[in-house]
Design a protein around this ligand. Structure first.
Ligand SMILES: [Zn+2]
Length: 130
């Protein structure tokens, strides 16, 4: 899912469970935060307006070392670490992020819960289809 959807889910979780909305939003987008650097790099390398890469720009990175910026934060290890360090809000929001990402990532961007192991969770549709 896209970042806006994750932000909206963080707001929804905050409304349902209570507590500080900013924590819910932060941990709802946390798995995607490491990608900001990659996002801007791709936009720069491909000379995109406002450094916003197009979907096709991601193709060259899906099997590179840079793909770890996507796969590592989307593992059960990262979720467990966030849960242990930051507690229940982080655990729920981070876990919901992974659950909603799972069906929308197919092919080379399928979630790999035990990355760098190659086993992946096949998604249901390509949320990033061009
Ligand atoms: Zn994500």
């Amino acid at each position: 899912m896209d970042v806006l959807t994750h932000i909206l889910l963080g707001i929804l979780l905050g409304a349902i469970a209570g507590g500080d909305y900013w924590w819910w939003i932060l941990f709802s987008i946390a798995p995607d935060i490491p990608q900001i650097f990659l996002y801007l790099l791709l936009g720069y390398r491909n000379k995109r307006k406002f450094l916003f890469p197009k979907a096709i720009d991601w193709d060259e990175f899906s099997n590179s070392k840079w793909s770890a910026l996507f796969f590592l934060p989307h593992t059960v290890y990262a979720w467990a670490l966030a849960s242990l360090i930051f507690g229940p809000i982080a655990s729920i929001a981070y876990g919901v992020h992974l659950l909603v990402d799972w069906p929308s990532h197919t092919g080379e961007w399928e979630l790999r819960p035990f990355y760098p192991a190659s086993q992946s969770l096949p998604g249901l549709f390509d949320g990033w289809k061009r």
